[in-house]
Design a protein around this ligand. Structure first.
Ligand code: 5GP
Length: 193
């Protein structure tokens, strides 16, 4: 029997609440969440090494050169990438590793790791999504509009995911994801060496 943890990709438009859902899932001691690297500036309250590894463009490009990412992508003018080393060692220890990444990153992960589980967190409606994005109060109008446009594109691509869960409430959404992970672990193919 294979004991490696699952590689789990969670995507969803900015403002959909997936970060809160992921925090809820982190309560499980068998789940780890990968800390991404990014070239975007920290938002108020964000800590280096905890929310993201905030890198300069040069440092990010160097990490690409060294093949240090499972995947990386550009999103709204910045680079984002999932560091390889930490995720691989957690999976070898039997932890399920969540990558909270956007859709291009998910595609790249699927190509290289077809056994990964991809989950799209859907907002209940575009109106709710807009309210949530504006409610953050951390972004300029220009950034909000850019993110809303991007959200529409991402929702169109959600059919490519293995699962779609609607984030009506954090508890229900996290419970749905736990069901998905449980079922995935029981798949016959995961019992074969
Ligand atoms: P934000 O700037 O709001 O923190 O993140 C913007 C988008 O980048 C979100 O959709 C988030 O899931 C995605 N993202 C965060 N880290 C990564 C990563 O390592 N790789 C990719 N491809 N996307 C990421």
């Amino acid at each position: 029997m294979k004991n490696d943890g699952l590689l789990v990709v969670i995507s969803g438009p900015a403002g959909t609440g997936k970060g809160t859902v992921v925090k809820e899932l982190m309560q499980d001691e068998k789940i780890r969440v990968s800390v991404s690297a990014t070239t975007r500036s920290p938002r108020e309250g964000e800590e280096n090494g905890f929310h993201y590894h905030f890198l300069t463009r040069e440092a990010f490009l160097q990490m690409i050169e060294k093949d240090g990412f499972l995947e990386y992508a550009q999103y709204c003018g910045n680079f984002y990438g999932s560091p390889k080393e930490q995720a691989e060692s957690w999976m070898q220890e039997g932890m399920d590793v969540i990558l909270e990444i956007e859709v291009q990153g998910c595609r790249k992960i699927k190509e290289k790791n077809p056994e990964c589980v991809s989950i799209f967190v859907m907002p209940p409606s575009m109106e709710v999504l807009e309210q949530r994005l504006r409610g953050r109060g951390t972004e300029t109008e220009e950034v909000i509009l850019r993110r809303l446009e991007r959200a529409k594109e991402e929702i169109r691509l959600s059919a490519d995911y293995d699962y779609i869960v609607v984030n009506d409430t954090v508890e229900q959404c996290a419970a749905d994801i736990r069901c998905v992970l449980k079922a995935e672990k029981l798949r016959a193919k995961r019992f074969v060496k």
